[in-house]
Design a binder for this molecule. Structure first.
Ligand code: ATP
Length: 234
């Protein structure tokens, strides 16, 4: 079943076109890698889905319903989760508080969700009373992801979680994606690190200068010269 359907999306910043006729789908229970170099349009696509930028043309359907005209908070309540680039955790709040403020549910649901997050990110469970600024970069990224999962979204838009992380921590963070999907949340993962992203996703879409340059099964893309060319800007 198609959960997210983006059709012929156009986004401009003033006169600058950021997305030019981009179509992408994400199925329920699927992780899709959105690849591309700096400035290719990955963040813009995610912002259009959550409602932070307004498309000039095209359609975005979530679970068959058009998102056009809905505010970001309404989209979130429909089940669209968003973890923006740059792990914006609440630095002066504890790990536990960071998670709790992101849950709209009642007491029982909050307790269940926080348990689920600590099971998914054991490093956070061990540091739940620690202030977020005291966490390592990798732990902050896991907290940012955990926070965006607190309301059990049906889709998570995960923007460049490896930014600024060591290769080892990148593996650890991206390595959680199959568990997120197994927990019932489909993932659209924006990454510059193509090889690693394709390693944890079943499909991939490569953006280049605001257009889809290639797409297909993760294994096929990982072996493709075209993908290498797109990343090298050739
Ligand atoms: P990055 O990995 O650097 O985040 P990206 O693939 O996510 O890159 P976008 O951030 O979506 O790319 O940017 C796509 C294009 O839109 C780029 O040319 C960028 O310079 C431009 N752009 C992005 N945000 C703005 C903005 N607020 N105002 C003007 N132009 C913007």
């Amino acid at each position: 079943m198609t959960l997210l359907s983006i059709e012929a999306l156009e986004v401009r910043y003033g006169a600058v076109p950021a997305l030019r006729g981009v179509s992408v789908t994400v199925g329920a229970g699927e992780a899709v890698a959105l690849l591309g170099a700096n400035g290719a349009g990955k963040s813009t696509l995610m912002k259009a889905v959550i409602g932070l930028v307004r498309p000039a043309a095209g359609r975005i359907l979530f679970d068959g319903r058009p998102l056009e005209g809905l505010r970001a908070d309404r989209r979130a309540r429909m089940g669209v989760g968003y973890c923006p680039e740059g792990r914006r955790v609440f630095a002066g709040m504890t790990v536990r508080e960071n998670l709790l403020v992101a849950c709209w549910g009642g007491g029982r649901q909050r307790a269940q969700r926080i348990d689920a997050m600590f099971a998914m990110f054991p490093a956070l469970a061990a540091r739940q009373g620690v202030l977020a600024w005291q966490l390592s970069g990798g732990q902050q990224q896991m907290l940012a992801i955990g926070r965006s999962l607190m309301d059990a979204p049906r889709l998570l838009l995960l923007d460049e979680p490896s930014l600024g992380l060591s290769p080892l921590l990148t593996d650890e963070v991206l390595g959680r994606i199959p568990a997120i999907v197994a927990g019932g949340t489909a993932v659209l993962l924006a990454e510059q690190n193509a090889a690693k992203a394709l390693g944890v996703c079943s499909r991939g879409v490569v953006l280049k200068l605001g257009q889809v340059a290639a797409e297909g099964r993760a294994a096929d893309l990982a072996a493709s010269d075209e993908v290498r060319a797109a990343f090298l800007g050739g």
